[in-house]
Design a protein around this ligand. Structure first.
Ligand code: PHE
Length: 338
C-alpha cells in the first residue's frame, strides 16, 4: 500500500489531486486510518507490532504529502510570476498632455520676478463691495469709473471687482507695514469687447508700504520687472497720469524689442504713490475692527498691469478674445509646454 500511495503522491499534478490522495489514505475514513481500526480484532501480542507498522506508513505518507505540497506550491507561484511578468523594455503609451494657459505662464514669469525681490504673492475675492473697490480707494461717487457702463453690479449691491486694487485695502487692513505684495487675479468691466478689450481680463497689482518709500523705488521696481521680462537692456518710460488712489500717478511702458522688427513701447499699466486718503481709509477700517491705526504717515507705491498685453506679444496672439474662447486650435498650440 505504501509504495502505491507514494507513487500517487509523486504523480499528483496539482494541489487538488494531492488533497484527493491525502483523503484516500490518511483522511478520516482513509485506507491507513481504516487499517488502524482493525487493530482491535488482532490478538493482543500482535497488536503492538502491527500498530507501529501502520503508524510508520502513516508518517512516511504524511512526510511525502508535505513535501509534494511544498513543491506544487512553489510551481504554482513560479507560474503566476511568469504569467504576470512586465516587460519594462516595452515602449510607453503616449498620454495626451495639457499645458499651462498663456496667461498663467506670464503670471508665473511675473511672480517669479517679484518673489526674487521678496514680495508675497496673493489672490483675493472677485466679488467685492463698493467700499473696497471704490470708496476706500479714494474714487469719489462722481468718478467716471463708477459709471454703470463700467461695472457689473450684482442684485445684492455688491459688484465684480473692476481692478485688483481693492486688495491693497484688504491686505493693509490685515497686515502691518512694512510690506511688499503682488496680487494676481481676474477683473471685470462692463464694456463692449474687441481685439484688445474683454469683459473679463487679468491684472497683477503691486503694493509696497514702509517708511521713506519714494517714487525712485517705484521706478526701480518697474525697471527690474522690465529687465526680468525682456533682458538687461530693457527700457521703461513713465508718463504722468491720474488714478484717484495715487498721487502722483503715472502710466508706464516697457520698450519691447521684437526680434521680427516692429519694436514698440508696450503700455503696460498704471502706478503711483499711495494717496494719503487711502491710508486714512485703511486705518478707519482697522479701527472699526479693533486694530491699531498704523498707516497714516507711511509712504508707499502701487502699480497695476495686464498680463494679457504681455502674453499677446510674447505668443503672437492677435486678439484678446482668443484667450477665453477655448478654441482647441488656439489652446492646442500650448499643449505640453509647462
Ligand atoms: N487699478 C488701476 C486700473 O485698473 C491700475 C493702477 C493700480 C493704477 C495701482 C495705479 C496704481 O487701471
Amino acid at each position: 500500500m505504501q509504495t502505491q500511495a507514494l507513487q500517487e503522491i509523486a504523480a499528483a499534478p496539482d494541489g487538488e489531486a494531492l488533497q484527493a490522495v491525502k483523503t484516500r489514505y490518511v483522511g478520516k475514513s482513509g485506507l491507513v486510518t481504516k487499517e488502524l481500526g482493525t487493530l482491535g480484532k488482532l490478538p493482543p501480542e500482535e497488536r503492538k507490532a502491527r500498530g507501529a507498522e501502520i503508524n510508520a506508513v502513516r508518517a512516511a505518507l504524511e512526510t511525502a504529502l508535505n513535501e509534494r505540497e511544498a513543491v506544487l506550491k512553489q510551481a504554482a507561484l513560479d507560474a503566476k510570476l511568469a504569467s504576470e511578468a512586465i516587460d519594462v523594455t516595452l515602449p510607453g503609451l503616449p498620454l495626451p498632455a495639457g499645458g499651462l494657459h498663456p496667461i498663467n505662464r506670464v503670471y508665473d514669469d511675473l511672480t517669479a520676478i517679484y518673489e526674487r525681490m521678496g514680495y508675497a504673492v496673493i489672490e483675493g475675492p472677485e466679488v467685492e463691495d463698493e467700499h473696497h473697490n471704490f470708496e476706500a480707494l479714494n474714487v469719489p461717487w462722481y468718478h467716471p469709473a463708477r459709471d454703470l457702463q463700467d461695472t457689473f453690479w450684482l442684485d445684492d449691491g455688491r459688484l465684480l471687482r473692476t481692478h485688483t486694487s481693492p486688495m491693497q485695502i484688504r491686505y493693509m487692513v490685515a497686515h502691518e507695514p512694512a510690506l511688499k505684495v503682488v496680487v494676481r487675479g481676474k477683473v471685470y468691466r462692463y464694456e463692449a469687447t474687441d481685439a484688445t478689450h474683454e469683459a473679463m481680463f487679468h491684472q497683477l497689482e503691486g503694493l509696497v508700504v514702509g517708511d521713506g518709500i519714494s517714487m525712485t523705488d517705484l521706478k526701480g521696481t518697474i525697471a527690474e520687472m522690465a529687465r526680468g521680462l525682456y533682458g538687461p537692456t530693457a527700457k521703461v518710460r513713465f508718463q504722468p497720469s491720474y488714478y484717484p488712489f495715487v498721487e502722483p500717478g503715472a502710466d508706464f511702458a516697457v520698450w519691447w524689442d521684437n526680434p521680427r522688427g516692429e519694436s514698440k513701447w508696450l503700455e503696460l499699466g498704471g502706478c503711483g504713490m499711495i494717496h494719503p486718503n487711502v491710508f486714512k481709509a485703511v486705518d478707519d477700517l482697522r479701527e472699526a475692527e479693533g486694530r491699531e491705526r498704523v498707516y497714516e504717515g507711511k509712504t508707499g507705491f502701487a502699480f497695476g498691469l495686464g498680463p494679457e498685453r504681455i502674453a499677446m506679444l510674447k505668443y503672437g496672439i492677435p486678439d484678446i478674445r482668443y484667450f477665453y474662447a477655448n478654441d482647441p486650435k488656439v489652446i492646442g498650440q500650448f499643449r505640453g509646454e509647462l
